[in-house]
Design a protein around this ligand. Structure first.
Ligand code: GDP
Ligand code: GDP
Length: 434
């Protein structure tokens, strides 16, 4: 477990630091206290060590204020998962009672805690920083998140603590999910139904639409990261009214996703824009689930699931491998069954197959239907290896790649699909000259 949690009261500079060290900016900074409310995750690579960082909400969690309690809940969850805790304090404000209280809570967890005195923008302020040793933790670092002063030393200390070995992203087992679809199909409703109201703070006051906000969520021991939930989670979204913007936003989410939930409106049916969005997901190599929403509105005597599913597969001809699932985000019907489906397609997308098995199947396929002769020349497909996962990618070694027609590759793909279980994921064949 290599998760680093950033905790501390509001306005000490947690988001500023977070944004500085992670590759891509996903948190939100604002001068108003308490703008960063949900847990925001990012990845940081330092000294060839990649670890996850979570920026916790930081309102004055000691008060009885309801929202603050929710933030406190988020914070506790993040802390429970963390290997190292960066406890942020503010040299300009000095040592406050809230800090001392939080120190007490953190100490009882028995985890590695590093005190980070922030806003030490110059050497003069270092003198004011020693008071924070009184918090009782051994390691205290003085940094300036804005200028970067001291942040390298801090990250050295963090990576030392983590004992990183490889460059593998550590939270690889987290499945990244994008919920996409044209406006009004029910994406927001679905996300809310999936995440449940407890774990996500839905607050109209928060200025959370300006940036992509990802929401981490676990269900049945599996961790998920729902990509760009900020815009999606709100009802009455302004940006969704501009059609082009919504496609653009979907594109960005798809780029980062393992699994795309392509939401369709079961009542309104399928239109051209649905196909465009699905096409993007398939092209990006995401595993895909078609979620037919608003099924509560459909008159089921005449419109059966079976019929609608046929309709979906006929409309999305290029994605015959995709799964189709029927839900009502409004009533919650079948919504939670989406989680095991996500696991399933994400698993298929990460399948490695051994070379001997692959070649046995290739030989069978070739024997059943030999590669056609093209201009008097016969393509000789010699062997196959799997070169990558996510999505599964196979190299086919041939005497001359130009001799293998697209339709023959289609045949091979279907043959592989009939033998191995790749439901829900695209697979790729790449011709290589032997
Ligand atoms: P959070 O609520 O703990 O996430 O705090 P923010 O990152 O939103 O920062 C709160 C305020 O402190 C913002 O106005 C930042 O610009 C400011 N701030 C953050 N880091 C520093 C720093 O190193 N030096 C100074 N002078 N200001 C900082
Ligand atoms: P988005 O634009 O894709 O995020 O769609 P919304 O989640 O904002 O939903 C658009 C409209 O469809 C809202 O009026 C929802 O109440 C309604 N809606 C969403 N899901 C369902 C559903 O499962 N059944 C019904 N009957 N209405 C739904």
């Amino acid at each position: 477990m290599t998760l680093v949690a950033i905790v501390g009261r509001a306005n000490v500079g947690k988001s500023t630091f977070f944004n500085r060290i992670i590759g891509k900016r996903v948190a939100i900074i604002d001068d108003k206290p308490g703008v960063t409310r949900d847990r925001v995750y990012g990845q940081c690579t330092w000294n060839e060590c990649t670890f996850s960082v979570v920026d916790t909400g930081g309102l004055t969690f000691i008060t009885e204020d309801e929202l603050s309690n929710k933030v406190y809940f988020q914070m506790r969850q993040a802390i429970a998962e963390a290997a190292v805790i960066l406890f942020f304090v503010d040299v300009l404000e000095g040592l406050l009672d809230v800090d001392k209280e939080l120190a007490g809570i953190l100490r009882r967890l028995g985890k590695k805690v590093i005190v980070v005195v922030n806003k030490v923008d110059n050497a003069m302020r270092e003198q004011d920083s020693y008071q924070f040793y009184n918090l009782g933790f051994k390691e205290v670092f003085f940094i300036s998140s804005i200028h970067g002063r001291g942040t390298g030393d801090l990250l050295d200390a963090v990576t030392n603590e983590l004992n990183c070995t490889g460059e593998e992203p550590v939270n690889d087992e987290i499945i990244k999910v994008a919920c996409i679809g044209r406006p009004n199909v029910g994406k927001s409703s679905l996300i809310n139904a999936l995440l449940g109201s407890k774990r996500v703070i839905v607050d109209q006051l928060a200025g959370t639409t300006r940036d992509a906000i990802d929401t981490n969520f676990s269900y049945d021991d599996q961790e998920y990261c729902f990509i760009d939930t900020a815009g999606i989670r709100k009802s009455g979204k302004v940006q969704e009214s501009v059609e082009r913007y919504s496609v653009m936003r979907a594109k960005e989410a798809i780029e980062r996703a393992d699994v795309c939930l392509i939401v369709l409106d079961g009542e309104a049916g399928i239109i051209e824009q649905d196909k465009k969005i699905a096409g993007l997901a398939e092209k990006a190599g995401c595993a895909c689930l078609f979620i037919v929403n608003k099924w509560d509105k459909v008159f089921r005597e005449t419109q059966t699931r079976h019929k609608f599913k046929e309709h979906v597969l006929a409309e999305f001809k290029f994605m015959k491998y995709a799964l189709v699932h029927f839900v009502s985000a409004m009533t919650g019907e079948n919504v939670l069954q989406i989680f095991p489906l996500i696991d399933q397609v994400a698993g298929h997308r990460a399948t490695w197959l051994k070379t001997p098995v692959l070649n046995q199947v290739l030989q069978e396929a070739l024997a059943r239907r030999p590669a056609p002769v093209h201009k008097g020349l016969q393509a000789k497909i010699q062997y196959v290896v799997q070169a990558a996962i996510k999505p599964p990618t196979f190299f086919l070694f041939v005497n001359d790649p130009r001799l293998v027609h697209f339709s023959y590759l289609r045949y091979l793909e279907n043959y592989f699909r009939n033998t191995f279980n790749f439901a829900g994921t695209p697979i790729k064949f790449v011709l290589k000259k032997k």
